[in-house]
Design a protein around this ligand. Structure first.
Ligand SMILES: [Zn+2]
Length: 59
């Protein structure tokens, strides 16, 4: 697991989340810990490194 920091697409606060580096491609919904809005997260991982991390609003 690796902690990744990014900006919430709703409130623009920096938040962090744990990323499971053993999975190659991940797509899930995570609620912002500050404004509680649902964020769509898309992560691409190759050889335990995060290639891309995209956080989008659901609306
Ligand atoms: Zn937020």
């Amino acid at each position: 697991m690796d902690e990744y920091f990014f900006q919430c697409p709703y409130c623009w606060q920096q938040i962090s989340m744990l990323v499971d580096l053993s999975q190659s491609n991940q797509n899930y919904i995570e609620d912002c810990e500050i404004c509680c809005n649902p964020i769509q997260i898309t992560v691409a991982i190759e050889q335990q490194n995060i290639l891309s991390f995209v956080a989008k609003s659901m609306s």
